[in-house]
Design a protein around this ligand. Structure first.
Ligand code: ZN
Ligand code: ZN
Length: 618
């Protein structure tokens, strides 16, 4: 038998590999020239600590199971966005969606958050395919970041979703071209033990597909994001009879969209929206600017139809909107009459009442088209008295303030502003409670799992299912990373979990920004940073010249000469006191500077900037 020391040493070696992939601290200092600081050997405690970290990062081994369908939500449960779910039976895994979400306010510099796919990465040879329900980024956005790690599995999507996926993949020049198989309403594909049948439902992007999955345990329905719209624009209503027929065959499990599970009633039909928008077109004798989401293609279609009817040319502004529109037009999902679209630079060739501008930026995003127009920063488009501005989207929680600023900027220019609170010019894409009830009534599932939404939405949806007669013990409210088991008799959360933490994307880096980097950024954002660069004679241990100080977001240096003088004196003292020994431990010296200086600055200013000591040996 090996002794404990051997075991620890092996484990710490293997964990070193993992350690190396972890983010470097931003407070890494430069040590150059002269003698180098010695590599410290790890103490047993440190080794044990590393071992624990390594264990935490290991995936639980879950043996193949043929008694249950194993279901693992990797994202989208307890949050809006980042939707991804794995279904596993025996040696076969199928995945539904691979989405991203946008960062929270306390995550400076983070672009996106994607699911942790470690569980799948370790089982790449079992992944039979990923099916995508629709083209929204919270369902497809993570693909470019994970497709390689998942070994380029077979991908399935409806034509529009596929178009958007391919376009996005193009923007990631680094990754290999992906193959995506076209699937449509009525198609089915076999993914190992699973046969997936796709069927049409309504949403606010065309070509949304719900899933009817045949499994060895029974039938599973996944609603995708959906709503029922009896009178959609440029789309057909969901086939309620078909869904009822599926219910007649016996549905083992229903997974249903919970995003609007806290909203009573049904969603407004797109037909009503169209009629209300038309009123604005009738009344307006100047330019109309309509702002909405770049992905809300159905709304864009409605606006185009109205422009044609009321003799206006259309200018489309905003990157996502332009690309999505191009893809949708090419595939025939949006009808855009020839000659209707004109470039923004030609705006002066037309009278104001001959122009409709469709743009992004209804959430008050800083660099989006509407903000630039409102701030008079747009190259070609200016607002004039009497123009009409339509906000055809709801305000995403968290954006209220920036939308308010945007509105103020617009009102300063004497324009008319219409938003969804004034009249029904926007309908969400998600089923409200009446439609959620209808879905349960049609499918009559034995078991129920609310998906897509914050925890409160999932719970509310689960209560609604109870009201509809699904027994409490047949309903599971789960969170990301939990492992669920399903068979003909039972549906429950097991004790096992898999990693499902946030993987953060910052520029080109995926997952290299961890909690430490994030904490540093939060600190810098709150109290700024304070860098002290000290040149030290490596033989005498004396400070050469005056320490250099760089500060950002902490104090204005020119007005703080007194403080800086004290800081320099202090640094000199700390360095010279701690280098009076034979072997200098530079890490120790830097720690002293960081601690003492941090305390000193707090005493003087009641602020805690991040202190970064840099020592250059000369
Ligand atoms: Zn959606
Ligand atoms: Zn969604």
């Amino acid at each position: 038998m090996k002794d404990l020391n051997e075991v620890i040493s092996e484990l710490s070696q293997s964990s070193n590999k993992i350690e190396r992939r972890r983010p470097r601290r931003t407070s890494r200092s430069i040590t150059s020239g002269g003698k180098r600081s010695r590599e410290r050997t790890l103490s047993p405690q440190e080794r044990l600590q590393r071992f624990e970290t390594a264990v935490q990062q290991q995936v639980v081994s879950l043996p193949a199971d043929t008694k249950h369908i194993r279901m693992i939500p990797l994202g989208g449960l307890g949050e809006v966005g980042r939707n991804m779910m794995a279904l596993e039976y025996g040696d076969d895994i199928m995945v539904i969606d691979a989405g991203l979400r946008f960062p929270e306010e306390d995550m400076p510099g983070i672009d996106f958050i994607i699911p942790n796919t470690k569980y799948l990465e370790e089982r790449v040879d079992r992944i039979r395919g990923i099916v995508f329900t629709h083209g929204h980024y919270d369902h497809i956005g993570a693909l470019p970041y994970v497709v390689e790690k998942l070994g380029y599995p077979p991908l399935y999507a409806s034509p529009l979703t596929r178009g958007i996926l391919l376009k996005r993949q193009e923007e990631f020049k680094t990754s290999k071209k992906v193959d995506i198989t076209d699937v449509r309403d009525g198609d089915s594909v076999k993914l190992g033990a699973f046969t997936v049948n796709f069927f049409h439902v309504n949403h606010n992007i065309p070509d949304d597909l719900a899933l009817y999955i045949e499994t060895p345990m029974g039938y599973i329905i996944h609603t995708s994001d959906f709503k029922f719209d009896p009178d959609p624009v440029n789309d057909k209503p969901a086939d309620l009879n078909y869904i009822k027929e599926l219910g007649d065959k016996g549905v083992l499990l229903l997974m249903s969209d919970s995003t609007d599970a806290e909203e009573e009633g049904t969603s407004i039909s797109e037909r009503t929206i169209l009629e209300n928008l038309e009123t604005i077109f009738k009344e307006s004798d100047k330019k109309i600017v309509a702002a909405t989401f770049g992905s809300l293609l159905n709304r864009v279609q409605q606006l185009i139809m109205l422009a044609e009817k009321y003799g206006r040319k259309v200018i489309v502004e905003g990157y996502t909107m332009t690309t999505n529109l191009e893809i949708a037009k090419e595939l025939g999902y949006v009808r855009l009459p020839k000659g209707l679209l004109v470039p923004a630079k030609d705006i002066s060739k037309y009278k104001p009442e001959e122009i409709l501008i469709i743009c992004t930026g209804a959430q008050g995003e800083r660099n989006a088209a509407l903000m630039r127009i409102a701030n008079k920063e747009h190259r070609f488009i200016r607002l004039d008295k009497g123009d009409s501005i339509i906000f055809s989207s709801s305000v995403i929680p968290g954006n209220e303030r920036s939308v308010q600023m945007l509105k103020d900027a617009l009102f300063r220019q004497n324009v008319k502003v219409y938003h969804y609170k004034m009249m029904d010019i926007h309908a969400g894409g998600h089923a409200k409670r009446a439609d959620l009830r209808k879905m349960i009534e049609l499918t009559r599932p034995k078991f129920f799992l609310p998906v897509h939404g914050q925890f409160s939405m999932l719970v509310n949806h689960s209560w609604l299912a109870q009201e509809m007669g699904v027994p409490e013990e047949n309903i599971v409210v789960a969170e990301n990373g939990q492992v669920l088991n399903l068979n003909k008799e039972e549906f429950f959360i097991t004790k096992e979990t898999v990693p499902a933490n946030y993987v953060m994307v910052d520029g080109l880096g995926v997952g290299d920004v961890g909690q430490i980097v994030l904490r540093d950024r939060q600190m810098m954002a709150q109290d700024g940073m304070f860098v002290v660069i000290t040149a030290v004679d490596s033989r005498s241990g004396k400070v050469r010249g005056n320490p250099d100080i760089i500060s950002r977001g902490f104090v204005y240096l020119r007005e703080s000469q007194e403080l800086l003088k004290d800081v320099r004196k202090m640094v000199r003292r700390i360095v010279e006191e701690s280098t009076s020994y034979e072997a200098v431990d530079w890490a120790y010296v830097k720690n002293n500077i960081r601690d003492d200086l941090g305390q000193f600055l707090f005493q003087k200013t009641k602020r805690r900037p991040m202190v970064l000591p840099v020592i250059i040996e000369v």
